[in-house]
Design a protein around this ligand. Structure first.
Ligand code: MG
Length: 298
C-alpha cells in the first residue's frame, strides 16, 4: 500500500512553548511574573492598584499578553525595561537542570524550535537553568515578531541561534501619551457597546493567528508536519486553526483543539507513538547535539 512506499515520520518539527510547558507551573515563575506585571502597572504606569486585577485580566484575555493590551489601550513604554522589570526578579533558582528532558529531546530526530511570547533574555535564561540550551535550533521570541523595537544588544551569553527577521524597520515608538488618551477598557466591558471596536495592539504575539503564521514562516515550519506543545488552551486552538498538530501540556484532560494532552512534557513520547519506529532506525545515526542551521539573524 501507499504508506509502505512513503513511510517516513509523520512529523519533522517539534515546536515548543517555553513557560509552563518546558517546566511545570508549580515552579512558581508564572505567579511571580503576574505579580511583577501588576507592580509594573502601578509603579511605572501609574495605574490605580484597585483597577489592576480587572484590567490585567481584560488585557490578557483580549490581547494575548498584558503588555500587548497595555500598548493597545494607549500606554507606551520601553519593551526592554518592561521585560527587565517583570522577568528580572523571577525565582529562576526554582528551575533545575532537567537531564531527563534533555536526553529525551536529544534523542528525538526532529527539528526542535522554541516559540515564546517572552523576550530573548528570559528565554535563554530559562533554557540555561533547565540545561536545555543546546537542544533547540532556534528561538522565536518577542523580539523576533516585534523587530520594530531596537534589537537586543548582542550580549553573546549563549550559543543558541536566534531565529529572527532579517529586516529591521524603524522605530515608531513615542513616549508621550497623555492619560486622557488611554482607552477605558474596563468601562468598555462594563457597558458593552457593540458598535465600538477595541483598539488594536502594535504587538505581535500568540494567540493571534498572524503571530503564529509569522513564526511558522520565519522558522520555515510546515504546520501539517509539526507538533506544537503548549500549556495555553487558546494558543493550542489558534495553532490548530493553522493546521498544527497540537499537544496540550500540564493536564491530561484533552480540550477542543488539542490532539493530545500530557500531564508533563516528560511524557512526550505518548504524543508521538509513530516515533517509536522512527526511533529505532534513527537512534543509531543520531548522536547528541543537533545543530540544524536556519536563516538566522538577531
Ligand atoms: Mg506557556
Amino acid at each position: 500500500m501507499e504508506f509502505r512506499q512513503t513511510q517516513r515520520p509523520k512529523y519533522d518539527c517539534l515546536l515548543f512553548d517555553l513557560d509552563d510547558t518546558l517546566y511545570p507551573l508549580s515552579s512558581g515563575l508564572a505567579t511571580s511574573c503576574r505579580k511583577n506585571i501588576e507592580d509594573y502597572m502601578v509603579e511605572k504606569l501609574g495605574i490605580d492598584r484597585s483597577k489592576i486585577f480587572d484590567l490585567g485580566n481584560l488585557l490578557y484575555k483580549n490581547y494575548g499578553t498584558t503588555m500587548a493590551g497595555l500598548r493597545a489601550i494607549g500606554y507606551d513604554f520601553d519593551y526592554d525595561e518592561y521585560h527587565g522589570f517583570v522577568h528580572g526578579r523571577l525565582p529562576y533558582e526554582n528551575l533545575k537542570p532537567d537531564p531527563v528532558m534533555r536526553s529525551l529531546l536529544l534523542s528525538l530526530p526532529y527539528r526542535k524550535v522554541i516559540f515564546t511570547n517572552a523576550d530573548k533574555v528570559h528565554a535563554v535564561k530559562v533554557l540555561n537553568k533547565l540545561g536545555l540550551e543546546d537542544c533547540f535550533e532556534g528561538i522565536i521570541c518577542f523580539e523576533t515578531l516585534n523587530p520594530i523595537h531596537k534589537s537586543t544588544v548582542s550580549d553573546d551569553e549563549d550559543d543558541i541561534e536566534f531565529v529572527g527577521l532579517s529586516t529591521t524597520t524603524t522605530s515608531t515608538n513615542t513616549n508621550t501619551i497623555s492619560s486622557s488618551k488611554i482607552f477605558d477598557i474596563i468601562g468598555h466591558f462594563a457597558q458593552p457597546n457593540p458598535s465600538l471596536a477595541l483598539p488594536k495592539t502594535p504587538i505581535v504575539c500568540k494567540p493571534s493567528i498572524d503571530a503564529i503564521e509569522q513564526a511558522l514562516k520565519i522558522a520555515n515550519i510546515n504546520p501539517q508536519r509539526t507538533l506544537f506543545f503548549e500549556d495555553s488552551v487558546r494558543n493550542i486552538q489558534a495553532g490548530k486553526c493553522l493546521g498544527l498538530h497540537t499537544v496540550l501540556v500540564g493536564t491530561s484532560q484533552r480540550v477542543k483543539g488539542a490532539d493530545y494532552a500530557l500531564e508533563s512534557i516528560h511524557n512526550i513520547r505518548e504524543a508521538i507513538p509513530e516515533l517509536l519506529e522512527a526511533d529505532i532506525k534513527s537512534e543509531v545515526a543520531y548522536s547528541g547535539k543537533v545543530a540544524v542551521e536556519t536563516s538566522v539573524t538577531a
